[in-house]
Design a protein around this ligand. Sequence first.
Ligand SMILES: Cc1cc2nc3c(=O)[nH]c(=O)nc-3n(C[C@H](O)[C@H](O)[C@H](O)COP(=O)(O)O)c2cc1C
Length: 308
Amino acid sequence: MAIKTSRSSANGSILIHTELCTVCGKCVEVCKDFSLIIKDKKLQVNPDPVFGCIGCGHCMAVCPNDAIEISGRTLKLDDLFELPTQKDAATYQNLLALLNRRRSIREFTDQCIEPEMIEQILTAARCSPMGLPPSDVQVLVFDSKEKNRAFAEDFCKYLEGMRWLVSPWFLWLMRPLWGKATHEVFSGFVKPLFKVYTEKMKEGINAVTYDAPLAIYFYGTPFCDPADPIVAATNAMIAGESLGLGTCMLGAVHPLIQQGKNAKKFREKHGIRSKSREGLFVIFGHPSVTYQKGIKRTFAAEDIYQQQ
Ligand SMILES: Cc1cc2nc3c(=O)[nH]c(=O)nc-3n(C[C@H](O)[C@H](O)[C@H](O)COP(=O)(O)O)c2cc1C
């Protein structure tokens, strides 16, 4: 039985060109579905794989002789391209410099982001690894400051109708049900967030998407691995940085537009195709501030696993 995703309900098809195959076994080694076997000194399709071909394409990408073709699950031979050389790839030093230079930017000039640059960001984001191919990440592009503001204004109106969610009686009622940590997040973060979003918007200040000239919402279909939109958003953010843009991830909108009838209406109104377990907005723009220093960050814990 195939693993179903929103874009595929059948397994990939494996075509072996036996006349090209040298039985080197590289494809067998990389296929973690065990879809390929060598039997009687020939490469063959395993009649008893784990899931059935998921269409990752690794076997055809590793084959030195173009002896394997995978099709289905959105994949086709045309999707193969020549690998960039290591020389053309970013060095660790380059990458670290890019990551060290990044600051969350929420202040932008009025310069818009050209469609070519948006496409460059999306091209990089499409390279993201995914829980299971084909990717079930969906993206919604807000390609102007005006679109971002209109969305943020409507989001603030929507929040006005949800004030009960941060009201003292509701927080008190939910405290024993959702536990201390969630209670503290709601009283210490979500409640003031409602206030700043809605009150600032009344003053004409967009504290939701900061009137960025570009925002991209990454979210999943119901089949999506919850981490996939976050991984894609991260690659998009890094791509934006490499193009000299300022970027900022925005985590607050997504969880507030998931549950209930009003959330569904809001999603439908704004062309958001489905609910998603995880999702993230990333804003992009030409920065109007310049940071002078980097800031060293640490993790909450960094343990070395102790073998038992
Ligand atoms: C998952 C995630 C969600 C975030 N959500 C928001 C947000 O909703 N609004 C915002 O202004 N910044 C948001 N940020 C930016 C953080 O506040 C920012 O990373 C933090 O201030 C540290 O600054 P730095 O990114 O420059 O190191 C988010 C960042 C991440 C990674």
